[in-house]
Each structure stands twice: as C-alpha cells, then as structure tokens.
Design a protein around this ligand. Sequence first.
Ligand code: G3P
Length: 222
Amino acid sequence: MKFFIDTANVEDIKKAYKIGVLSGVTTNPSLVAKEGVKFEDRIEEILKLVPEVESVSAEVTPDAITAEEMIAEANELIKINGGDKNITIKVPMNIAGLETCRYLNKKGVKINVTLVFTVNQALLAARAGATYVSPFLGRLDDISEDGVLLVSKIAELFRIHNLDAQIIAASVRHPDHVTRVAMAGAHIATVPYSVIEQLTKHPLTDQGMEKFAADWVKAPKN
Ligand code: G3P
C-alpha cells in the first residue's frame, strides 16, 4: 500500500516527501480553505514541490453542480503548471461527477472519485473510468458503520471483476486504520501528516533509544 498525504499544507507535504514515503497528495475544498490561499496557486505550488509523485488531486469546487460546470472547471485545472501529468481531477460521487469522470478518462486525465460510501458507488466510479476511488472510512465509523469493512469489500469486488481503479482509503484518522486498510487491500491510504508521524512511533523504540544513549555514555572512547 502506498501513502498519499491528505493536506494542502506545504510544510506538511515537504516533511512527508523528505522521508521518502510520499506517492501522492490529496486536497479537498475544506483542506484548501484552511490554508487561506488561492486554490489554483496552491495546487501549482504543490505540483512543483513534489514532481516525482504519481498524483496530486485537485477537486472541482462545490460551485460546480452540473457535469458541464465540473468539466469546465476540470479543463482549467488540467492546465495548471503547464498541463502537469500528475494532476488528478477529483469529482464527487454523483451523476454529474460520473459524467465528468467519463469525459476526463477519454481525454487521458487521471480522476479521483471522492465521497464514496458504498460498494455500488465504487463499482460505478470504476466503470465510469476512475483512476482512483476514495471511500471515506472515518466518516462511516463516525456513524457507527464499519469503514474498513467497506474498503475490504471494494477491494474484493475489484479483484473479482478485474477492475483497474485503485482504492484510496480516505478519512483515515489513526494508525490502526492504516494497518487495517492495508490488510484489507487498499492500494493507497491518504493520511494527514500527524498520522504519518504517529506511524513511526512505539514506546519501546523510545525506551530502546534512551537505553542506548545511557549505555553509550559509559562506553570507553579511545
Ligand atoms: O481524504 C478525506 C479527508 O480529507 C476527510 O477526512 O477526517 O474530514 O473525514 P475527515
């Protein structure tokens, strides 16, 4: 399973990139709004910052309701950074989003279908030509449903029917989510930097380092 970072914050992206774990970036209107910068400018900055990743998701805005409106926005977004091949257009899981997905797939543009909460939605998105489908597991857990189970069912369905779409486990809140979606067959987990940091930690690692440091003081030096 690969890691994408789920943020529009440049400093967090730099930190994840530096440690070699980053395969992509996902943003959404809420994450961009937090940054207080113009959406297109931030996407361009991110594309320039991480040229080696496979995908940087830029979502059509909530102002785009019809497929025509989504397609018009997508056609502007794909020009960012000179038509960067990494740009991935994120569309919501609805009829207009699927129509936009089909259009962009024919154009050879990568698409991430977001706000997926059922197996049927994932199947439709894959059939419409999505490169990625994003089930939001944390938000399912929030309403007492099993987000990881959804990921595992989508993974099984894609295997049975040889569907190429990759599953991005999204709305990932903590390390146990990461382990469980990896075991469930997600191709990618998109996570905030705080979760990446948590993944590196274990109390025995800290204790071990403290013991090495304490013993090292006692070791003869020349
Ligand atoms: O990737 C989706 C994510 O940004 C939503 O996460 O925690 O707001 O449900 P959350």
